[in-house]
Design a binder for this molecule. Structure first.
Ligand code: SF4
Ligand code: SF4
Length: 357
């Protein structure tokens, strides 16, 4: 018997073409070149001769509905009704006429948004937003971003860096987040505190034991209840046991710190991707302005700006001058904890798509 197959129910991302600027759709895949007429603006020219101007602006990062409406109103009035958000969550407006660029910039700046973030500027910090939606954050990464970008506003607005600078932050030590020229991440410095009354009710103990990368967790009976214990000599304070077992609390107002890493790069464009390396640790997790972490990031950027050659990314600059010189010029202390002596790295961490082993 013939059976009518039902149509699949589409889910996931909607088709992006329905939202694109008509000039983008018309010239899809047919762009000839692009230029950078001024900070915050890109001009793409297609083989057809059409030109499309992109104006990028910064926001306070976590957007309330009123700010979103304001951005959309500006898009409706000045940008042919089109707006999109970049992977770093910055709004971009597209216009097909050079005469529309200046009024659009004036409208954005008049409403308090900062136009910039293109080419060799400090781009918007990409970050995780655990404070709003996740169950394990140790800091408010969005707040770190806001305080840091307030300090780096001129570097976002102008193109004064040797090359593009990508900053990232993560609100826990193990999960989301990626490689950045400079990354500001949570760093736990004490093993988890176990609430033995709750473990048996809340945690699937075998999964928690399996989760530990250094086999520091064992099942245990405590006060007549099934629980877990941690060998604190082995524990590396990674926090991986906390998501599957919330009674193993690792976040701590005093002992959850920030660490700064330097030289990561996802891109395959000119060389193989690189992992960022730890350069500063034990930095106070100090809201609402995180002054200690900000000072270190600004110090690294200052030395990079002064010492790097044109178009050198931070990892290339450090590779050329060497890590000893990096610590010297940035005046950051180098300790034994900066040495990566994990024996599994060669076998486990495939860092390149060029060569895999
Ligand atoms: S970085 Fe960690 S805490 Fe932040 S959103 Fe991702 S998993 Fe959650
Ligand atoms: S914090 Fe990490 S190393 Fe320590 S017990 Fe938990 S999973 Fe293991």
């Amino acid at each position: 018997m013939a059976v009518d197959m039902r149509e699949p129910i589409e889910s996931g991302c909607p088709d992006g073409f329905q939202y694109m600027h008509p000039t983008s759709i018309k010239n899809f895949g047919q762009w000839k070149y692009h230029t950078h007429p001024r900070p915050g603006v890109l001009m793409h020219e297609a083989y057809s001769g059409d030109r499309l101007y992109t104006v990028k602006c910064g926001t306070q990062r976590i957007l309330d509905v009123f700010t979103l409406r304001k951005l959309c109103d500006i898009g409706d009035e000045y940008a042919d009704g089109h707006i999109h958000f970049t992977i770093r969550s910055l709004p971009e407006f597209l216009v097909d006429d050079e005469a529309k660029v200046e009024p659009l910039i004036n409208a954005l700046e008049g409403a308090g948004f900062i136009v910039g973030g293109t080419r060799n500027s400090v781009a918007m910090i990409s970050h995780t937003q655990g404070w709003l939606h996740c169950d394990i954050p140790g800091t408010d990464a969005s707040g770190v971003v806001k305080s840091m970008m307030d300090e780096l506003i001129d570097e976002f607005r102008e193109c004064n860096m040797p090359n593009r600078v990508h900053l990232t932050t993560s609100c826990c030590q193990i999960n989301c987040g990626g490689q950045g020229d400079i990354a500001i991440n949570i760093q736990h410095t004490k093993p988890p505190r176990i609430n033995h009354d709750l473990v048996a009710n809340v945690c699937e103990r075998p999964s928690v034991v399996a989760r530990c990368p250094v086999a520091a967790i064992r099942p245990a009976m405590v006060n007549g209840k099934n629980s877990l214990e941690v060998d604190e000599k082995k524990c590396i304070c990674c926090g991986a046991c906390f998501p599957p077992c919330p009674p193993m609390q690792i976040n701590d107002a005093e002992h959850s710190k920030l660490a700064i890493w330097v030289g990561g790069n996802h891109s395959n464009a000119r060389g193989k991707p690189t992992f960022h390396k730890l350069v500063a640790s034990g930095i106070p997790n100090n809201p609402p302005r995180w002054p200690e972490a900000n000072a270190i990031v600004k110090r690294i950027l200052k030395e990079y700006k002064e010492g790097a050659r044109d178009w050198e990314r931070i990892n290339e600059w450090v590779e050329r001058i060497g890590w000893p010189r990096f610590f010297e010029v940035t005046n950051l202390p180098f300790t034994k904890y900066h040495i990566d002596n994990w024996r599994g790295s060669r076998a486990r961490l495939n860092s390149s798509t060029h060569i895999r082993f």
